[in-house]
Design a protein around this ligand. Structure first.
Ligand SMILES: [Zn+2]
Length: 234
């Protein structure tokens, strides 16, 4: 489901693994995007459950999203049923925990939190002081489905879904449907819904991804040029 350029990147993992990596973003040093990070503040807590394959990708936004939002957490795994950290979050009486996952029983995030529909549960009617926690599955749609199916502790969670108005900007990864977003874009959209519009916050969060996409497109352009005309000198 990915473009030919990305396939060259991912199938070259053995080579990439030997390169020095940034300890923060875990990308090869040459592709490090830490300088573009400017973390944003929010009262919403994001917990990203990352598929092991996603953790190994150079072109991925789960870690970018975790480092871009203060207080966000990221855990890597496939089956979180026995994960103590995740289970503590789910069981915490001071948190109101939701699973962001589309499906027939998922409620639209905007209608839920804006109380446009009195038939859906209203988080504001829950005990005061609870922190809203959103669990997000980071992987392809097939990987996320498998994670949810295997992770029995996620099954009882109330599910919410997004209805993004704009297509994904994550041009180096093909999204399966026009409405599908990368993990970083998903969090940007959640914050628009829950914390209100804030173009500067969106720009801060999106900057590492936009610069990474621009770099990858430029690398692909040079590689294509060199394949056609021989190596360039710069
Ligand atoms: Zn870095």
């Amino acid at each position: 489901m990915f473009g030919s350029f990305l396939q060259r990147e991912t199938t070259g993992c053995a080579t990439l693994a030997a390169r020095p990596r940034c300890e923060v973003c875990r990308c090869p040093v040459r592709a490090c995007w830490c300088k573009d990070l400017q973390p944003v503040e929010t009262a919403i807590e994001f917990v990203i459950l990352q598929h092991p394959f996603e953790a190994r990708r150079t072109v991925s936004t789960g870690r970018m999203a975790c480092l871009g939002v203060r207080g966000a957490k990221i855990f890597t795994g496939l089956d979180f049923t026995g994960d103590r950290r995740v289970n503590e979050i789910i069981a915490d009486p001071d948190r109101s925990v939701w699973l962001l996952s589309p499906g027939a029983d998922a409620v639209d995030l905007a209608s839920l939190f804006h109380r446009n529909d009195s038939a859906v549960p209203d988080v504001t009617s829950e005990p005061a002081g609870r922190r809203t926690t959103l669990i997000i599955l980071d992987g392809t749609w097939a990987q996320a489905r498998r994670m949810r199916r295997l992770s029995v502790n996620l099954h009882p969670l109330r599910r919410v879904a997004l209805a993004p108005a704009q297509p994904s900007e994550f041009a180096v990864r093909r999204q399966p449907e026009a409405h599908c977003l990368s993990t970083l874009e998903t969090i940007v959209h959640c914050l628009r819904v829950l914390d209100g519009p804030d173009p500067e916050r969106d720009r801060q969060l999106m900057r590492p991804m936009r610069n990474m996409v621009a770099r990858q497109i430029e690398i692909a352009r040079i590689a294509k040029l060199e394949a056609e005309t021989g190596p360039t000198c710069s």
